[in-house]
Design a binder for this molecule. Structure first.
Ligand code: GLU
Length: 410
């Protein structure tokens, strides 16, 4: 086999435990389809803008492939491949009948008008509509996209394939969306944090938290942590940060961030940058922003006892090793942030059955799914004496490998 790239180090650690053959590893690691498209879009100033769009379908052994669409300037081939692979393990860890995919466009969505974003999204659908669909590959929101983008996606898809609301998830409620989809990832993160402390014989209530990111995931994570009585002492977003050792008032901060374009300058707080955030003395650190934030350079300054990964791929293997050596327990992304795709699955089920479930039902179902996944991962970690990340990979990869083997190769 060729030398593994960084993101595959976690895979091989688990595959070694499962004694997976080299051939099966190649099969599991190779994406089924990897597509890159050019998107030419008419801009408001009359000029033509060109962008690059990606969709990687990583593995479909367990069902239709599932994963978000990211609009961010750093989107490239490697990032989308890595994130697509993570979706395969993530959907398997929470036992959804899905495989994994991911897509994106290399663009800063804040630099485009709403009309430009709509045209870009529709052009993307024009280019990839024949490779996605309710039974093949179902996109969803991710960084830089939201329910509006999903509504445009569905509408454009419909022009080619007729009424198919299950072709995409994370849609607005008015257009076949699901109650609680927007809050789902943050809610899932807090369910996992809560379960982690429960297993350790502790309580989430009263715990101090440092949170990186105040976008969709960070905001809802903060909100639910606050509701459960945790004390959020530090938050950073793309523009800056704020800290208060007595705990930030999250409802007030959310209001402030809306009208001030970020958390920076929040009254009753001290300014803070990311380095300061990582170095904050606290019980729990939650990265909820970009990938690759916790590295060989930043891991040694981390003061938290526990890390729950709300972002996708926030920790490099070097940093993971440092946390392991320092006894810092990490609940990995493929478990901790699986709440979003889990509620996406609920949306897809409802769309296909033409029903609408109430919020309380969604929340109860999410709690059950996430708790079951956490407990399964915890059990493997105890039995095999491995970190939670390796345990989650063992669970996810084991399920995908088994499905691949049972289906056979014709
Ligand atoms: N983008 C989210 C993730 O990374 C959700 C994906 C989905 O709902 O399909 O898990």
């Amino acid at each position: 086999m060729s030398t593994p790239n960084k993101s595959e180090i976690y895979f091989h650690a688990a595959a070694d435990h499962l004694k997976i053959s080299d051939r099966m590893r190649t099969l599991l690691l190779t994406p089924e389809r990897d597509v890159k498209v050019q998107l030419a879009v008419r801009l408001d100033n009359g000029e033509v803008g060109t962008f690059v769009g990606y969709r990687v379908q990583h593995d479909g052994a367990r069902g239709p492939m599932k994963g978000g669409l990211r609009y961010h300037p750093e989107v490239d081939d490697l990032e989308v491949q890595t994130l697509a692979q993570l979706m395969t393990w993530k959907t398997a860890v929470v036992d959804l009948p899905y495989g994994g995919a991911k897509g994106g466009i290399a663009v800063d969505p804040r630099s485009l008008s709403s009309g430009e974003l709509e045209r870009l999204t529709r052009k993307f659908v024009d280019q990839i509509h024949d490779m996605v669909g309710p039974d093949t590959d179902i996109p969803a929101p991710d960084m830089g996209t939201n329910s509006q983008v999903m509504a445009w996606f569905m509408n454009q898809y419909q022009k080619y394939h007729g009424f198919q609301p299950a072709c995409v998830t994370g849609k607005p409620l008015e257009l076949h969306g699901c109650e609680g989809r927007e809050e789902a990832t943050g809610r899932g993160v807090v369910i996992i944090a809560n379960r982690l402390f429960h297993q350790l014989g502790q309580e989430l209530k009263g715990k101090t938290v440092a949170l990186q990111g105040f976008g969709n995931v960070g905001l809802y994570t903060a909100k639910f942590l606050f509701e459960r009585g945790a004390k959020i002492v530090a938050i950073t977003d793309v523009r800056g940060g704020c800290a208060n050792p007595n705990g930030l008032n999250i409802p007030k901060l959310a209001e402030y961030a809306k009208s001030n374009n970020g958390v920076q300058g929040f009254p009753e707080s001290e300014p803070l940058d990311n380095e300061g955030l990582f170095a904050t003395k606290c019980d729990l650190l939650i990265p909820a922003a970009l990938g690759g934030q916790l590295t060989a350079k930043t891991a040694p300054i981390v003061q938290a006892k526990y890390i729950v990964e709300a972002a996708n791929d926030p920790t490099t293997p070097e940093a993971d090793e440092i946390f392991h050596e320092r006894g810092i327990l990490v609940a990995p992304d493929i478990l901790a942030n699986a709440g979003g795709v889990t509620v996406s699955y609920f949306e897809w089920v409802q769309n296909r059955s033409v029903v609408h479930w109430p919020l309380e039902e969604i929340r109860a179902k999410l709690e059950l799914k996430m708790t079951a996944a956490f407990d399964a991962v915890w059990k493997i970690a105890e039995e095999r004496k491995v970190p939670l990340r390796t345990a989650a990979y063992i669970l996810g990869i084991g399920r995908v490998a088994k499905a691949t083997e049972l289906a056979g190769v014709s």
